[in-house]
Design a protein around this ligand. Structure first.
Ligand code: ZN
Length: 99
């Protein structure tokens, strides 16, 4: 049974920065996408729970979603028609053409 904990903003931001490699959180206001619920959430809404050994774990900010940092991304890459995905791919394409 997991227990949710409240961290200070600074502690939560540090935890996000330590664990969310694919979807960086420079601030708690940063929004990222979750593959589990396919929704956008920000650092403020992300939940933190404590494991049996006292370690802290992050959970997606969408109510009822148990997505974790490995499910998070800066844009919804699973949706090729999403404007953010198109924008990202346009940027990657531009960089490739520059070489
Ligand atoms: Zn989620």
């Amino acid at each position: 049974m997991s227990e949710y904990v409240e961290l200070s903003d600074a502690e939560k931001l540090q935890l996000l920065q330590e664990h969310s490699f694919q979807a960086p959180f420079p601030t708690l206001g940063q929004k990222n996408w979750c593959l589990h619920c396919e929704k956008e959430f920000d650092g403020y809404s992300a939940r933190v729970w404590k494991g049996g050994d006292g370690s802290l774990w992050l959970e997606c900010g969408t109510p009822g979603c148990d997505g974790s940092p490995i499910d998070w991304a800066p844009y919804p890459w699973w949706d090729p028609d999403h404007p953010l995905t198109r924008k990202h791919e346009a940027e990657v394409g531009r960089q490739t053409r520059e070489y």
